[in-house]
Write a protein that binds this ligand. Structure first.
Ligand SMILES: [Zn+2]
Length: 188
């Protein structure tokens, strides 16, 4: 993560100024950095932190009227043994679902239905969900208003050309999704 972005988060500037919860789906290094989290906690002791290790103690968390509900999911691909949570964010009128790197299928849709019967306004997936057949079943049950693709690398880090690959997969799949580029590009 570029330094100016790390600093914007730690100093809670710009779009991060109202940050009240940091929620981590799992401990892979492209999602979690223990050192940066310690720096953040030092400066922001009042911000709630949700990690896979606190989740054993914490259940759903009320964050300014939005319930943050962890939904246990299996990590997609080879890392099935790592503990992983996706998150359902329940607002007053609708909900959002953040898959992280979690495999999403009909069982995930059932777990969501147990937590909320509100319409799912948007779901946040990554490129690998697009090529997993279970995702289509999940989407047909959930019927999200929008699908956003996150987990895109910064342009300088995109050594596997994931952005190009994602665009070409999107042309071939029936899934209608929009790519969200990394935060520093949104902020500049
Ligand atoms: Zn991962």
């Amino acid at each position: 993560m570029p330094f100016h972005l790390q600093k914007a988060i730690t100093d809670r500037r710009g779009i991060f100024s109202n940050l009240s919860v940091l929620a981590f789906t799992h401990f892979h290094p492209d999602h979690f950095d223990g050192y940066l989290l310690d720096v953040f906690k030092e400066k922001n002791p009042n911000v709630s932190i949700i990690t896979p290790s606190t989740l054993q103690r914490v259940k759903d968390i009320d964050c300014n009227g939005i319930d943050i509900c962890p939904i246990t999911t299996t990590h997609i691909g080879k890392c099935k043994s790592i503990f992983h949570n996706s998150f359902l964010l329940n607002g007053a009128y609708d909900s959002y679902f953040v898959a992280g790197d979690g495999l999403i299928d009909e069982h995930t849709a059932e777990s969501i239905a147990k937590k909320s019967n509100k319409p799912i306004k948007a779901i946040f997936l990554n490129t690998f969900h697009l090529i997993n057949k279970d995702t289509t079943k999940f989407i047909s049950v959930i019927k999200p208003g929008s699908i956003f693709l996150v987990h895109m690398p910064f342009e300088v880090d995109d050594i596997y050309l994931l952005r190009k690959q994602t665009e070409s997969i999107l042309k071939r799949t029936r899934i209608k999704a929009e790519i969200l580029f990394p935060m520093s590009e949104i902020l500049t």
